[in-house]
Design a protein around this ligand. Structure first.
Ligand SMILES: O=C[C@H](O)COP(=O)(O)O
Length: 250
């Protein structure tokens, strides 16, 4: 059966000292909570190794990106093997902020996914439409193409290692959440796109997270939907109490 997962995406927030403090708070809170999902924090590169030192195995650790090359003269880049060497086991790939501000394309993302898998990192692969595509009715096709273009070159064994995250771009950091019915419609669509290529068993076993203004107040309704397997949480993951409010919303 597929896993339920709540992953925090800290984005470009927190100093190292603040980040280590936040990780300690989440780690401590997790020890005392009834939790029915895997919990992961995805943190800036600079924070990975020090955060790994202060968390227990119950809390997963991930990066927010990795390079599309294995190693070499790529000043400023951080490779998948470097990420793995910190103890992290997840990496967010294809976030809409990376696609929008850093020009990431399906071709770049194919490389990143392959390198992440080669280094035993679980990619949390993001997909989602912008407002105009939601309004003109092309959103289901847009997301289908994002999946096909970047991921359908993978073997079934490789694809089964992925986690997907549906993040409608119009809902990210805007306070505008997709309704639980809108999320369910898209998650069911994503699952049927996967089934069309890799079969029902792999589709049923793929965790599909929702991201976009997810908060303790709306997480329960979203997570109650049959095809929503958890969340990728931005702003609300920067406060241990609100993150835990989401983690315990199953
Ligand atoms: O990766 C997380 C998403 O971009 C959602 O961010 P948000 O919860 O701040 O809207």
């Amino acid at each position: 059966m597929r896993k339920k997962i709540v992953a925090g995406n800290w984005k470009m927030n927190t100093t190292l000292q603040e980040g280590v403090g936040l990780a300690k708070d989440v780690n401590e809170a997790l020890k005392h909570a009834e939790v029915e999902c895997d919990v992961v924090i995805c943190v800036p590169f600079t924070h990975l190794a020090p955060v790994n030192e202060v968390i227990d195995s119950k809390l997963g650790l991930g990066a927010e990106n990795c390079a599309d090359h294995k190693s070499g003269a790529y000043t400023g880049e951080v490779s998948a093997s470097m990420v793995a060497s910190t103890g992290a086991t997840y990496v967010i790939l294809g976030h809409s902020e990376r696609r929008q501000y850093y020009g990431e394309t399906a071709e770049t993302l194919k490389e990143k996914v392959a390198l992440a898998l080669d280094n035993n990192l679980t990619p949390i692969f993001c997909i989602g439409e912008v407002l105009e595509q939601r309004e003109n009715g092309s959103y289901l096709d847009v997301v289908k193409s994002q999946i096909e273009d970047a991921l359908f070159g993978l073997s079934a064994a490789e694809f089964s290692k992925l986690v997907l995250a549906y993040e409608p771009v119009w809902a990210i950091g805007t306070g505008k959440t997709a309704t639980d019915d809108q999320a369910q419609e898209m998650h069911a669509h994503i699952r049927s796109v996967i089934a069309g290529k890799y079969g029902k068993e792999i589709a049923d076993n793929t965790s599909i997270l929702y991201g976009g203004s997810c908060k303790p107040s709306n997480a329960r309704a979203l997570f109650a939907k049959p095809d929503v397997d958890g969340g990728l949480i931005g702003g609300a993951s920067l406060d241990a109490e609100s993150f835990m409010g989401i983690v315990t919303a199953f």
